[in-house]
Every structure is written in structure tokens, then in C-alpha cells.
Design a protein around this ligand. Structure first.
Ligand code: ATP
Ligand code: MG
Length: 439
């Protein structure tokens, strides 16, 4: 259960981190969108302000006298009074009125009087305003001579809108507005939306994490159920194999071993009296021993010994038993107090099985010694026989023909950081030595 909680917690944390990253990305995009909306809204506000000043305040007082510029002092004064009294106040810092009818635009009124009468090319924003008959905003370019007097006022936004004199002459009204007031407006707007965005995102995360927790728990539970069923299936097949192995071992194997012994004994007692019968009985005893041997290896195949329970010594003794039955003297030495990790015991068992199988098949040995020892954080298995031995060439030939017993053993040893050494010479027996480090 603790394992479930831990793995569920891990999955939920991973999910929460992923959610956080996604929400952060959504949040950043949201803030950018809000800023954009705020900017657009603030510019619209600046245009509205200009519209009210141009159409509501200045236009009703605009007669054609203004077209004469400084030449009509009255008109100038009238507009100047209303502009200074009601229009040029924060954030509007400058006002100009242009006559766009010539090839260049001519300033017919300006809140900075030096500019009145001068002509400059109209910029794209102004031309656009004339074309669409609506307010157009653009950043003021301080490098242009008509904007020279505004250089020390910081960055400005110029909003232009067409207006008409009482005589029907079209002019262009231009208000210069402080950009920082526009951006401050924009910031105020998007910041006022920020808490709504944050609360929405947090609520989303707050809803999703418990949901993820529930799903992860359910998935983990069903995984555990599956593992449990699988384990049960393995256990029951294991039980079945153990029963078959026990039946064979305690029944047929013991009976046949008894039969072979009594056949051999009867053959001995008939030796003098009836040599033919004695010979036949000896053959029968040998055949029975062979059957016992193959039954024993079958038992070992069906159910390899539970090394954990029976111990490595018992496992190796069982392995060597068929050799002993064949008349080979076998010594098995495993220190009684040796405790090894299960995977190392299994490896030593497999190595011994291959070495003993090789002895039985190839060695014609009289004496076999199995020894397990451990020191310096390493454990060693040595299987020594006094059989016919072999040359490296024989071994290579066997390998080329698909006989891989020793090769596989070497690979297994290397996998756990150990090594397998084989010393053999024709007529001089064989030593198989496996050494592995203890974890
Ligand atoms: N104890 C031994 N005494 C004599 N010859 C041996 C011994 N062990 C191995 N050999 C020789 O080395 C060869 C290679 O052994 P290895 O275990 O790799 O293959 P195998 O026993 O022939 O076949 P497999 O193990 O694949 O069933 C054998 O064919 C045999 O000639
Ligand atoms: Mg072999």
C-alpha cells in the first residue's frame, strides 16, 4: 500500500509540475494578450479624447479666417483661447491645425505660435486620417522639424482627425498626447484583468490535481491487481511443478534406484554360478541406473531446487548425485556458514550444472570436486575433474557447431562483473573456475 501511495504521489507530482508549466505558458500568453488589448484600448481612448477636442470644442469655433494664419489675429486668438483653456491639458501637450490643400501641409494654427505659417510634407498617419475621415494615431517622430519644439516632452503619440471650417474647408486637427499616459492607461487596464486570469488558472489547477490523484490511484490499483493475479498464476503453476517433481523424486526415482541396486547385488551373487544371467542382470542394472539419471535430470528441469530454502550445498549435492551413481567419486564443499544473495546462488548453481553436464558427457572422469569459497568480497566456484581434458581447438570446434554451454556461462559471469576461467589439457583433467564480486 505504501508503494502505491508513493508511486501515486510521484505521478501526481509529475502531473502537477506539467500542469504548472502549461498554466505558466497560458498565463504568459494571457498577459501578452491582455497587454495588447490594453494598448489597443488605451489608443482608442486617446483617439476619443482627440475627437471630442477636435469636433466638440475646436470645430464649432473655426471660421475660414484661420486659413490666413497670423494674418487673422482674431481667429487665431479665438482658437488659442479655447485650445489653451480646454484642450491643452494633461495628457494633451500640443495642438496643431493643418491646411492639407496644398502640395505640402501648412500649419494654420499651433499651440506653439512660431510654427504658424510653415509648411511640411504630411506624414503617412495624417494622410490616412484624411483618406478615411477618422482619427489615426501614430508615434510622433521627434526628428521632423515640425515636431522640434516637442523633443523635450518625452515620447508622444500624435492623433490626427479631419475637421471642417464654417465655410466648409477641410483642415486636419492634430493633438500630441504623452505616450506614458497612454501606456499607463494600458497597464491599468491589463493589470485590472490580471487577477481574473490568475484566479481562473489557479481554479483550473486546483480542480485538475485532485482529479489526477484519483485517476493515478485507480490506474495503480488495477496494475497491482493484475500483478497479483499474475503472481497467483505463477505460484499455482510452481506448486504443480513442485508436486510433480516431488512425486517423481520420492516415487519412481527411489524405486528404480532400489531396483538397480538389487539387480547389481543379484548379479554379483550369480557371478560364479551363472555368468550369462549375471551379465544380463548387470546390463539391466546399468540401464536402470541410466533411467534413474535421466529421471533425476528431468526432475531438476521441471523444478530446479529452491536454493533459498534448501541451500546451495544441497542443490550442488543433488546436481552431483548422478555422477556418483555412475561410480564417479564426488566431493562437494560449501562452507556451512556461507550466506549469498539469491541471484549469486542461482548463478553458481547454473555454472555447476553446466560443468557437471560437461563432465558427464565429455570427461570420463573418476574424481570430481566442487568447491565454493568466499573472501575479499568475491565468491568463487571451482569444479575440478580428472577426466580426458580438451584443447582450445576442440572447444572452438564445439562452439562453431553450436555448442554454447561454456560460452553462455562466460557471458553470464561477465554480466555480473565476474569472470569464468577454464584450464584444461588433454589427459590432464579440467578446472572450471567462476569468480564473481559480491554486491
Ligand atoms: N570437463 C570436460 N572434459 C572434457 N572436455 C570438455 C569438458 N568440458 C567441456 N569440454 C569440451 O569443450 C567443448 C565445449 O563445451 P560446451 O559446454 O561449450 O559445449 P557442449 O557441452 O559440447 O555443448 P552444450 O553445452 O552446448 O550442450 C565440449 O564439446 C567438449 O569437447
Ligand atoms: Mg556443455
Amino acid at each position: 500500500m505504501a508503494r502505491t501511495e508513493r508511486s501515486v504521489a510521484r505521478e501526481v507530482i509529475a502531473f502537477a509540475v506539467a500542469t504548472f508549466v502549461v498554466l505558466l505558458a497560458v498565463g504568459i500568453v494571457g498577459v501578452l494578450v491582455l497587454r495588447r488589448v490594453g494598448n489597443t484600448e488605451a489608443i482608442r481612448e486617446a483617439k476619443r479624447l482627440t475627437e471630442v477636442a477636435a469636433l466638440g470644442v475646436v470645430q464649432p469655433r473655426l471660421d475660414d479666417g484661420i486659413l490666413r494664419g497670423e494674418g487673422d489675429v482674431d481667429s487665431q486668438l479665438r482658437i488659442d483661447t479655447v485650445v489653451n483653456g480646454a484642450v491643452v491639458r494633461d495628457p494633451v501637450v500640443r495642438v496643431k491645425i493643418w491646411d492639407p490643400s496644398g502640395s505640402d501641409g501648412r500649419i494654420v494654427y499651433a499651440s506653439t505660435p512660431e510654427l504658424v505659417g510653415s509648411s511640411y510634407p504630411l506624414d503617412p498617419g495624417q494622410l490616412e486620417a484624411l483618406r478615411i475621415h477618422e482619427a489615426v494615431a501614430e508615434a510622433s517622430d521627434p526628428s521632423l522639424p515640425q515636431n522640434a519644439s516637442e523633443r523635450d516632452l518625452g515620447s508622444l503619440l500624435n492623433v490626427s482627425i479631419p475637421i471642417t471650417t464654417k465655410g466648409g474647408h477641410e483642415l486636419l486637427f492634430e493633438a500630441s498626447i504623452r505616450s506614458d499616459s497612454v501606456t499607463a492607461n494600458a497597464r491599468r487596464l491589463w493589470i485590472s484583468f490580471l487577477p481574473v486570469l490568475a484566479i481562473a488558472l489557479l481554479a483550473l489547477a486546483g480542480l485538475q490535481v485532485p482529479l489526477a490523484y484519483r485517476v493515478a490511484r485507480r490506474v495503480r490499483r488495477s496494475q497491482e491487481d493484475r500483478e497479483r493475479f499474475l503472481q497467483r498464476a505463477i505460484d499455482s503453476s510452481d506448486l504443480e511443478r513442485r508436486r510433480i517433481a516431488a512425486d517423481l523424486h520420492d516415487g519412481s526415482v527411489q524405486q528404480l534406484a532400489g531396483v538397480s541396486m538389487s539387480l547389481a547385488a543379484t548379479a554379483d551373487s550369480l557371478d560364479q554360478r551363472d555368468p550369462t544371467a549375471s551379465h544380463a542382470l548387470r546390463d539391466a542394472a546399468a540401464a536402470t541406473r541410466r533411467s534413474v539419471r535421466s529421471l533425476r535430470s528431468a526432475v531438476m528441469g521441471i523444478y530446479p531446487p529452491d536454493l533459498q530454502r534448501a541451500g546451495l550445498r544441497a542443490g550442488l549435492t543433488d546436481l552431483a548425485a548422478p555422477l556418483a551413481e555412475d561410480g564417479v567419486r564426488t566431493d562437494v564443499n560449501v562452507p556451512a556458514d556461507l550466506i549469498l544473495p539469491p541471484e549469486i546462488e542461482t548463478l553458481l548453481f547454473r555454472a555447476s550444472r553446466e560443468a557437471i553436464r560437461n563432465i558427464a558427457t565429455h570427461a570420463h572422469a573418476h574424481h570430481v570436486q566442487l568447491e565454493v569459497s568466499s573472501h575479499g568480497g568475491r565468491v568463487a566456484l571451482e569444479v575440478v575433474d580428472d577426466g580426458v581434458g580438451f584443447t582450445p581447438l576442440q572447444r572452438d570446434d564445439a562452439r562453431a557447431n553450436g555448442h554454447l554451454g561454456l560460452k553462455l556461462l562466460g557471458d553470464l559471469a561477465r554480466d555480473v562483473g565476474g569472470q569464468l576461467r577454464i584450464d584444461s589439457r588433454p589427459g590432464g583433467g579440467t578446472v572450471v573456475r567462476l569468480e564473481v564480486p559480491l554486491p
